[in-house]
Ligand binder design. Structure first.
Ligand SMILES: Nc1ncnc2c1ncn2[C@@H]1O[C@H](COP(=O)(O)OP(=O)(O)OP(=O)(O)O)[C@@H](O)[C@H]1O
Length: 271
């Protein structure tokens, strides 16, 4: 995978907001108050994680940012798209399941968003191949999803989200189903992509360890209705890599994030 952008370049790109949520609440039709009020500002080029207990509204927050759902109150703003964002406008979404079409090739899966956007086939195929190369799957464009491992399928899903060159990447527990080694490799590859492409990433996870390893900021969400419990900055030498995972600073950040998360689980069964 391509990597390499200096930390000063990363810092320089953090000049404006990519996403802002102000006083946002979401109550579903069945009366479930999923979220809020939530206030969150994400700078352009920033990598943040949303961390919180099951059902606290993390996916709901991503869906609101993506414009796949509307808030019950409050304002969601996405850079260059004032008001309610429209689906697909500058936003790529990676779900927990790779959700690939099994009957067609990896290339066709990746070019789907371009096909829906009526991009001519030759251009769409070239862009799909470039996206596949960026996730290390240049040699698998003609393969079928059944021929790929779980980690490779997730890379295809990531390529499909990147193929439209979105400014913002929303990732909803994308690596939760993978084994630990594969997850660590994908963590590193995602960081390399983030550094080279300069996108804003909002990453949902249940894992304290993953959130600290990946993010510049870990935003801890309370139990439902989700509000911000804590917003912790993770500062280390960039680009971070495996050495960070075994450092004293990493353990310390993990302890602090766990402590911030504990109240969100208060009163919940751990079974
Ligand atoms: N379409 C819907 N209609 C009604 N209730 C919903 C809907 N989507 C989510 N909910 C409820 O809203 C709450 C928040 O759900 P959400 O999926 O956002 O949480 P989450 O933090 O992402 O959970 P998890 O970590 O388990 O994926 C939950 O109680 C859920 O049951």
């Amino acid at each position: 995978m391509v990597a390499s952008q200096t930390s000063s370049t990363v810092e320089a790109s953090l000049t404006a907001l990519a996403v802002s949520l102000r006083g946002v609440t979401k109550t579903y039709d069945n009366g479930v108050m999923a979220l809020g009020p939530l206030d969150l500002a994400v700078r352009k080029g920033e990598f943040i994680s949303l961390l919180g207990p099951s059902g606290c509204g993390k996916s709901t927050a991503l869906r609101l940012i993506a414009g796949l759902s509307t808030p019950s109150s409050g304002i969601v703003r996405v850079a260059r798209h004032e008001g309610v964002p429209q689906p697909g406008h500058g936003i790529g979404f990676v779900f927990q399941e790779p959700t690939l079409m099994p009957w067609t090739s990896v290339r066709d899966n990746v070019r789907l968003p371009l096909r829906l956007g009526r991009v001519p086939k030759a251009e769409a195929c070239a862009r799909a191949d470039a996206a596949l190369a960026s996730v290390g799957l240049a040699d698998f464009a003609d393969a079928f999803p059944r021929e790929l491992s779980g980690g490779m399928k997730m890379r295809v899903s990531l390529a499909r989200a990147l193929v439209t060159d979105p400014d913002i990447l929303l990732m909803d527990e994308p690596f939760a189903a993978l084994d630990e080694i594969t997850r660590f490799r994908l963590n590193n590859d995602l960081l390399a992509l983030w550094r080279s492409l300069g996108k804003t990433v909002i990453f949902v996870t249940h894992s304290v360890f993953e959130s600290v390893y990946l993010s510049q900021r870990v935003v801890v969400i309370t139990a439902r209705p989700g509000r911000i419990q804590a917003d912790l900055r993770i500062e280390t030498i960039e680009p971070r890599a495996e050495e960070f995972r075994t450092s004293a600073a990493y353990s310390d950040y993990c302890r602090r994030v766990s402590a911030a998360l504990a109240p969100s689980y208060a009163g919940q069964s751990t079974l």
